[in-house]
Design a protein around this ligand. Structure first.
Ligand SMILES: [Zn+2]
Length: 149
């Protein structure tokens, strides 16, 4: 386990094992247009965001739980979802999606996230301890299929 400091949290993360989970081809990924757009858009992230994902072992274009909330004023598309990590919170309070506020949410570019102890949609076979990262992010529409089809 590697110790990481992110925002108000100190985490212990098994980066290698987490990455191995993301690399497997067994996950049941949704193939609706909204999800496919997210997967494609998250293949190219800013260097800051790429560093964050790399430090945790996450492949951001693979996400088992996503909701899309449509176009925003900025012309981007709002998504909320969660990533799972093998690790635990060593210090700092876990935050639920329902208790987000300006102080307990971390931000890297337009990617906002918290670490939660609530576990939903954990991919099958993911070894414990599992830590959940809940996020919201706005991404462009990048695939050929038009929005809403
Ligand atoms: Zn979908």
């Amino acid at each position: 386990m590697k110790e990481l400091k992110i925002h108000n949290w100190t985490l212990e993360v098994d980066v290698k094992k987490t990455y191995e989970q993301y690399k497997n081809e067994k996950w049941d990924l949704c193939d609706c247009t909204y999800c496919l757009n997210f997967f494609q858009a998250m293949k190219t992230t800013s260097s800051k965001l790429t560093n964050l994902f790399n430090s945790l072992g996450i492949i951001p274009s693979k996400c088992v739980h996503l909701s899309e909330f449509g176009p925003t004023e900025s012309g981007l598309y709002l998504y909320m979802g969660c990533y799972h990590i093998i690790g635990r919170i060593k210090e700092g309070k876990p935050v639920n999606t329902s208790s987000w506020d300006d102080h307990n949410v971390a931000e890297v570019d337009n990617f906002s996230f918290v670490f939660s102890k609530d576990l939903i949609f954990v991919p099958e076979g993911m070894p414990s301890p599992v830590l959940q990262m809940d996020f919201s992010v706005e991404v462009p529409w990048v695939i050929e299929e038009p929005y809403g089809t």
